[in-house]
Design a protein around this ligand. Structure first.
Ligand code: AMP
Ligand code: MG
Length: 491
């Protein structure tokens, strides 16, 4: 509501109802809570353009009404999506969008559907004990990190806007509330399949699988065994995705099955963070006391989650349960080789080494480097960028990062003998990532009303491989006094 008048969005915006109609058993018609005083904090103009949405209109009072879900175009049918999920290993049969809504699907210029989704838009019947709301900080955090990931070339949901609602949100303290408008190739999760399977309705499961094939893996439709092909496509997409995370040092933090997509996009940025000093045991999330979702466990957890997906698909794989299990196990077996290949190829590129290099040479070289990075507590992102300079002959900045310089010199000599390509390295090793201390600084300032640090950070992250003067602070590791970093679930 603006001045007591609810204005309709312009008729050119059309939101599809494919999910709402095709999967009505998993879609609860719902509407957003009103925002007393909507105020735009950040708008992703390039993304708006890609989606055919006019940025100037989105900034208007009517545009904000769409971005908080208060006014939707005629024919739209917002829904809360039902899903289940394994949370830290324990199965929860009914999770669903407790504070989120699927507004509908936008059709891009390429004809593909993309979900327009809100987070923080009020309680739904899936809210359980939650208030359905979100504070400015966590919503901006998702905006910053997802857009940073996108610029790094990692598949991810995108962030279109964050709008402050004018409603206070009670957490440890009272915080200003916000709604994130998010765009994804879909919000189908492993947990969506777990929900469908748990209903016992095989036709619902089949409809969901057909919907997923059509939206994400259309080639599977023409395969001899389409549902098995769907599963293998998800295995391949996740193997590639998690390898990308590992190569940039991203720790998702809460890889529950409801937070793993069928599309292969990163989703649900809660207690995530980028690793600074290289250490495979790194955990940031305050609720992950056992380290289930530590950096080094991410590929193992992804494979575990995919096994849960396979279980849901068994009735579609074969009418004989035993044969269905055998097929699922065989397909899941693709995960490790695909992950290893993606990770090794990515690591060679980071090191500027030729793709054809013998595994017997590259493997031990990488293993030894990682051991040295860990022993010397070297900042992962700074190291790979500095190593690009070493490839061009300027070795001192890289050497200076190590405690055991003699050991590193030995490694450096072997690596340089392979004639690494420093310019190729600079194209894949970022200068700017969403560093924890800079993200915290930007969110704290924004919560207090100052958006300047957020805007500077977003500008740096938009071109992560291009070193620019004036952004030195954004390239540097956290100052010593930043201390050990802890993240909290984005609630
Ligand atoms: P997440 O940790 O964000 O992946 O959320 C896990 C589940 O908790 C999902 O079903 C969410 O919809 C729900 N949830 C998280 N925060 C809230 C909240 N403040 N109010 C209602 N539901 C929530
Ligand atoms: Mg989630």
């Amino acid at each position: 509501m603006v001045d007591g008048v609810t204005a309709a969005p312009p008729p050119t915006i059309s939101l599809g109802t494919h999910f709402a109609r095709e999967l009505a058993d998993m879609a609860l018609p719902w509407q957003a809570e009103e925002a007393p005083d909507p105020r735009l904090l950040v708008l992703n103009e390039p993304l708006a353009g890609e989606l055919g949405l006019d940025p100037a209109w989105l900034r208007s009072a009517d545009g904000l009404q769409l971005l908080v879900g208060a006014a939707v175009p005629d024919g739209a049918a917002p829904v809360a999506q039902a899903y289940a999920g394994h949370q830290f290993g324990g199965f929860v049969p009914r999770l669903g969008d407790g504070r989120a809504l699927l507004l509908g699907e936008l059709t891009g210029a390429d004809g593909r559907l993309r979900d327009l989704h809100l987070k923080g838009s009020g309680r739904t019947p899936f809210a359980r004990g939650g208030d359905g709301l979100a504070a400015i900080g966590p919503m901006l955090r998702e905006y910053v990190v997802s857009e940073g990931m996108h610029a790094l070339g990692v598949p991810t949901t995108r962030s279109l806007a964050v709008v402050a609602t004018g409603r206070p949100v009670r957490r440890e303290t009272v915080l200003p509330g916000a709604v994130l408008a998010r765009v994804a190739s879909s919000h189908l999760r492993v947990g969506s399949f777990q929900y469908a399977r748990a209903t016992g309705d095989v036709e619902l499961l089949r409809k969901l699988a057909d919907h997923a094939i059509a939206r994400h893996h259309p080639a599977a439709a023409g395969a001899a065994a389409p549902y098995r092909a769907l599963f293998e496509a998800v295995v391949a997409a996740q193997a590639s995705l998690v390898a990308r995370w590992m190569l940039v040092g991203f720790v998702h933090g809460v890889m529950n099955t409801d937070n793993m997509t069928i599309s292969g996009e990163t989703i649900d940025y809660g207690p995530c963070a980028f690793m600074d000093a290289y250490d495979p045991a790194t955990v940031y999330s305050s609720i992950d006391a056992g380290g289930r979702y530590a950096y080094r466990n991410q590929p193992i957890v992804a494979e575990w989650n995919l096994a849960r997906l396979a279980e849901t698909l068994l009735p579609l794989l074969h009418e004989d349960q035993e044969q269905a299990v055998a097929l699922a196990v065989e397909s899941l077996g693709m995960f490790r080789p695909l992950y290893d290949a993606a990770w090794s190829a990515g690591m060679r590129t980071k090191l500027g080494l030729p793709a054809g290099l013998d595994d017997a040479v590259a493997g031990p070289l990488v293993d030894e480097l990682l051991a040295q990075l860990q022993q010397s507590h070297v900042d992962m992102t700074s190291f790979f960028r500095t190593l690009g300079r070493a490839a061009r002959g300027d070795v001192e900045p890289a050497r200076n990062l190590f405690l055991d310089i003699v050991a590193f010199d030995g490694w450096l000599e072997r690596w340089r003998a392979l004639a690494p390509d420093g310019d190729a390295m600079d194209r894949v090793n970022p200068v700017y990532i969403p560093r924890n201390h800079l993200v915290e600084e930007a969110l704290t300032a924004a919560t207090g009303g100052d958006l300047a640090p957020l805007e500077r950070l977003l500008a740096a992250l938009a071109a992560p491989f291009e070193e620019r003067p004036g952004l030195e602070r954004h390239a540097a590791p956290a100052p010593q006094d930043f201390g050990a970093y802890r993240t909290f679930c984005g609630t």
